[in-house]
Each structure stands twice: as C-alpha cells, then as structure tokens.
Design a protein around this ligand. Structure first.
Ligand SMILES: C[S@@+](CC[C@H](N)C(=O)[O-])C[C@H]1O[C@@H](n2cnc3c(N)ncnc32)[C@H](O)[C@@H]1O
Length: 330
C-alpha cells in the first residue's frame, strides 16, 4: 500500500489533456482547482489576493486572473462553474440583507451562473451555513433553482476522502439530472501517517513555545478541565486547520509535541500535508499569507473526489444519445 505522501503526490497531477473547462471563482491558492485539474479539467481562476493568485499561477496548469469580482465581472465561457464564495458573517440582530449585501460573494456567483449557464455548477462553504442562517442558504438555492437546475446539497467530513483531517464542508451542486455525490472511502489517515518523513524537523523556521506559553496552556487546560490537550495527536486525524490556529502564537489544536516534551507550531509544509497538498506545491508570500492560503483552501484530495464525480456525470451525459438525434434518425 502507498504511504500518504506517495498517494497525494501520485494523485494530484494536473491533467495534460483536459476535457472540460472549469471557471473557479474566489479561487484562493487553488486547492479546489488542483482537485479538478487532476480529474480531467482545465481551470481559470479569479482571485483578488496577489499572493494566492501567484501561488495558483505557479502550481496549476491554468491561469489565475487577479481581480476583485463583482456581479458585473466579465468571465469566459466554460463547461462548469466552481467556487467558494465568501459569506459575510451575520451578526445577531444586525442588518440581514441576504442577497442584497454587496460585500457577499453569492450575488457574484449567482450572476455568473445566469450569464454562463454552465452544464453544472458547484460551490462549497462552511458547515455553519446550513444551520445558523439557513434562511439565507434557502434564498440562494431558490434563486439558483429558478435558473433551471436540480440542486443537491451535502455536508461532508473530508476525513472520509483521503484527507487526514476532520474538516466539515458543505457542498452544493446544480446539474441537469443524474449527478451522484462520491461515496466515502473506508480508509482514514492519521496526522502521523500524513507527516511521514517530515516529522520532528527542527528547521530554522521552527517556532517553539516559550516556557511562559507552556505555563499559560497548562493553566488554561486545568481551568477548563480539558480532557484532550489541544496539541496535534499523531495517532488521529487532525482537527480542522484554520488560518487562525495555524498562525496563532501557541498554534492551538495543531502544535506538534516532540518526544522530549517541547512543542512548536506547525511549519507551512506540515500544514500543507494535513490539507493534502502534494510536496511539489509551492506557496508564495510571507508566512502569515501562506498560512491563510492553506487554512482557506479546499483540501485538494477532497476536491479530487468531488471532481471525479463531476467528470463521471459529464461523461455519462455526453454518452447519452440526444433526444434531437433520436428524432432526426426516426
Ligand atoms: C475560502 S477562500 C477560497 C479557497 C479556494 N477555493 C481554495 O480551494 O484554495 C476565498 C477566497 O476568496 C477571495 N475573495 C474574497 N472576495 C473576493 C472578491 N470580491 N473577488 C475575488 N476574490 C475574492 C479571498 O481572497 C479568498 O482567497
């Protein structure tokens, strides 16, 4: 059996002969796009952050347009539209403008579906979208259904899709009938397996916790009767990587504990492995910019599973004799 690094390094390779074009909105560093490119798609990304855009350019087969998207943005024709539109956090009792909130990414995504009429569209978002503000998700789905799509929605944990991390993501797909979500993979990977070969490195970027940080954590854990210390547990999948806990001074949830008891924050390459980025994927920017790109990304191995299901749907749709051809032959 392949080791985890061997698996991701062998799977996540942009296709040399892509069959379809995906437009990727709010593309970040290209985690989602890498999964799609590895499953037979070409991609064009649209992203406002310069570092993220450069990372995309450097590693993906497709290019990334550095731009701040609006509902009026010009976009190329495509087979499918994908993306992770940012959703403005709703303050309780605050102004809940829904689709009229111009800071939100969904009006742009919906306008793009209207304009491009892709064969399939897909967006992903955080789990919270299904619960706290379900009325807003329903508003978005009703708008997209009115454009003639069947809509499927599912909450996934990426740990069931070759990602060594319990990360929950909401995936919503619009199609014209016959799409099926991927089935969970039985094997799950631990953080220790994912970090095979690079564990316990003391590279110059290492940021070990100071004695006072260790004391602070010990006091905090005692006061909160913490059962599982907030370190990375190598015998389990990692907890969700976020921009905040990667870059935070004490690296909560993700810090590595050395056999001699010292603890340090994750290095960017370790965080990338836990997000299932292959070792050849190189990030551009400062340490905090790189942690943001990694923490924001859709894990490419999870994206690959979704993309493979989309490729299957498109292939089947192309193999079906069209009703028009049948009528002509009769
Ligand atoms: C959740 S991240 C996307 C992650 C990406 N799908 C991946 O897998 O790597 C959302 C991205 O949207 C970008 N963004 C937010 N508003 C934008 C806008 N109006 N135009 C372009 N990009 C925007 C942010 O800079 C951020 O990189």
């Amino acid at each position: 059996m392949k080791s985890y690094p061997e698996l991701i390094n062998a799977t996540l390779i942009p296709s040399k002969k892509p069959r379809w074009l995906a437009v990727d909105l709010f593309a970040g560093c290209g985690g989602l796009a890498l999964g799609f490119e590895s499953a037979g798609f070409a991609t064009v990304g649209f992203e406002k952050d310069r570092d993220a855009c450069e990372t995309y350019q450097r590693n993906l087969g497709g290019s990334c347009v550095e731009t701040t998207l609006t509902p009026d943005s010009e976009l190329p024709d495509c087979d499918i539209l994908i993306g992770g539109p940012p959703c403005q956090p709703f303050s309780v009792g605050g102004n809940q403008k829904g689709l009229n909130d111009s800071r939100d990414g969904f009006p742009t995504f919906i306008a793009a579906v209207k304009k491009l009429q892709p064969r399939l569209w897909m967006f992903e978002n955080v789990r919270g979208m299904m619960y706290g503000n379900r009325w807003y998700l329903d508003e978005i789905l009703n708008e997209l259904k009115s454009l003639g799509y069947e809509v499927d929605i599912r909450l996934f944990s990426t740990v069931h899709f070759n990602v060594p991390q319990k990360r929950e993501r909401l995936v919503v797909i619009g199609h014209h009938g016959g799409f099926a979500f991927p089935k969970p993979i039985v094997k799950t990977w631990t953080a220790g397996e994912a970090l095979d070969g690079i564990l316990f490195s003391e590279s110059p970027e290492s940021k070990f916790l100071t004695e006072s940080m260790d004391r602070y954590i010990a006091n905090y854990e005692k006061a909160s009767c913490c059962v599982r210390p907030r370190d990375l547990h190598l015998d389990l999948p990692a907890r969700t990587l976020t921009c905040r806990n990667l870059a935070g001074a004490t690296g909560d949830m993700q810090r590595i504990k050395f056999p001699d008891g010292r603890r340090r924050r994750l290095l960017a390459r370790e965080a990338a492995r836990l997000q299932s980025f292959p070792d050849s994927f190189e990030f551009t920017g400062s340490e905090s910019s790189i942690f943001n790109q990694i923490g924001n990304a859709v894990p490419p191995m999870f994206a690959y599973s979704i993309a493979s299901a989309v490729a299957h749907y498109l292939t089947r749709a192309e193999a079906k004799p069209s009703k028009r051809a049948d009528a002509l032959a009769a």
